[in-house]
Design a protein around this ligand. Structure first.
Ligand SMILES: Cc1cc2nc3c(=O)[nH]c(=O)nc-3n(C[C@H](O)[C@H](O)[C@H](O)COP(=O)(O)OP(=O)(O)OC[C@H]3O[C@@H](n4cnc5c(N)ncnc54)[C@H](O)[C@@H]3O)c2cc1C
Length: 404
């Protein structure tokens, strides 16, 4: 019987696991250990928090009262140093031992720093934590020359925030159309061009080297004859899952902590959730997901496993991103689509793209149209056949299509 659960990491995955355990009736000891000041949310770090319109308290995942009400022992500013599943213990970095029948690893990840010469300069920033954002914000003054490397979700949001703070922003990525796999080429192209319409200079290029010359940083881009000079560089080139604790404890790690569909690692006493978890389903190792809602769902599944209750029904994966005042959402697997259907026009204030395969909706992406993505999600989850004519007609209420 599980009487004591220790959750390592207080991001959305860890906090969701704790909340779902209590909501599901777990009444044993529940401890949440986090290395940070208190559990906070990460998506605002590249948006309102970086822009300075929200402070750290406003991005807390839960209020201090919530942890008290839920009888969750919150241990902040403390890193877990080792798991000892065989002894039923978790060891904190200061040597304190916490008893645990089940441990949930919710350790997130760190920002990737590829081995580019000069990358250790203080002018080169990453963005993964509130501390990173606090270090970066003072450099984003009006007129500052900012290079953002990587036009994925985080890089594009930083470019947007920086240009709206008055910086001169250049955004480079070796890929011509970033996010094409997730959003489909047409919408991804439109979204990338949105940067230029808001004054961001975009270029298809990889960085070869950085040279910190004291008052600025020179950046050599592949194929360029001359280096370019910037005041600050922000890397948005991916994340590296925090798997060290898992590896030290002898758990299976393969570019992520390998878990089954109930979030259980290769040791039944240890579960893993969120960004570092990598699911093996039917013998196949799936790619990790690095999205907020996926981390939340992992927490719900881990709690169900610990409680021995049915796992929540699987749902199509979903994420959002905000840039230049536009809100983008995507659901499902656009790369699995064999046909795309545009609903509305790219000039409209709101529009969406649906991805279809064998007559079924398999994905959708929308700009300022959350309801289209909500409807698409139901169509995907319920495998409702799609009528292309009605789907593409913005005057047709999408809810009428949900009846099949
Ligand atoms: C800047 C930014 C913007 C984003 N924007 C979006 C967005 O718009 N939409 C979207 O869908 N997703 C977005 N994401 C992704 C989303 O935030 C992540 O998928 C989500 O935070 C993953 O949650 P997590 O709990 O797995 O990990 P994390 O949020 O990384 O939390 C892990 C926690 O574990 C703690 N920890 C690690 N090791 C230890 C240890 N040994 N001991 C104790 N504590 C430890 C860390 O301090 C951290 O608090 C964004 C991410 C970032 C960084």
């Amino acid at each position: 019987m599980t009487e004591r659960v220790v959750i390592v990491g207080g991001g959305i995955a860890g906090v969701s696991t704790a909340g779902a355990l209590r909501a599901g009736g777990f009444n044993g000891d529940l401890t949440l250990v986090d290395a940070g000041e208190f559990p906070y949310d990460r998506p605002p770090l590249s948006k309102e928090f970086l822009a300075g319109t929200k402070d750290i308290k406003q991005i807390a995942l839960q209020s201090p009262q919530w942890y008290d009400d839920q009888c969750i022992r919150l241990v902040n500013r403390t890193a877990v140093g080792a798991l000892r599943p065989r002894d039923g213990k978790v060891e904190l970095a200061d040597g304190t031992l916490l008893p645990a029948d089940r441990v949930v690893l919710a350790t997130g990840g760190g920002a990737a720093r590829p081995p580019i010469p000069g990358i250790d300069s203080e002018r080169v920033h990453v963005l993964r934590s509130a501390d990173d954002a606090d270090r970066l914000r003072p450099a984003l003054v009006a007129g500052a020359r900012v290079l953002v490397v990587g036009a994925g979700l985080i890089g594009a949001e930083v470019a947007s925030t920086a240009v709206h703070l008055g910086c001169e922003v250049t955004l480079v990525d070796p890929v011509a159309t970033p996010l094409a796999v997730a959003l489909g080429p047409e919408l991804a192209t439109w979204l990338h061009e949105l940067h230029q319409r808001h004054g961001v200079t975009t270029a298809q290029a990889a960085v070869e080297s950085f040279t910190d010359r004291g008052d600025a940083i020179e950046v050599r881009l592949a194929g360029a004859t001359e280096p370019q000079v910037f005041d600050v560089v922000v890397l948005g080139v991916g994340m590296v899952p925090n798997t060290e604790l898992a590896a030290l404890a002898g758990l299976e790690v393969d570019r992520g902590i390998v878990v089954d569909t109930g979030q259980v690692t290769s040791n039944p006493a240890v579960l893993a959730v969120g960004d570092p978890a990598r699911t093996r389903d039917g013998g196949v190792l799936l790619p990790r997901t690095e999205h907020w809602e996926a981390a939340q769902h992992d927490g719900a599944r881990a709690a169900a496993t610990i409680l021995g209750t049915p796992a929540p029904a699987p749902a199509a994966s979903w994420f959002w991103t905000d840039r230049h005042g536009r809100h983008v959402e995507a659901v499902g697997h656009m790369d699995a689509a064999e046909q795309t259907v545009l609903r509305g026009s790219f000039d409209d204030t709101a529009f969406s793209v649906f991805g279809l395969r064998d007559g079924l909706v398999v994905a959708a992406a929308a700009v300022d149209d959350s309801s289209a993505v909500r409807a698409a999600r139901r169509m995907i989850d319920r495998r409702i056949a799609a009528d292309v004519g009605r789907l593409s007609d913005p005057s047709v209420n999408l809810r009428s299509l949900l009846r099949g």
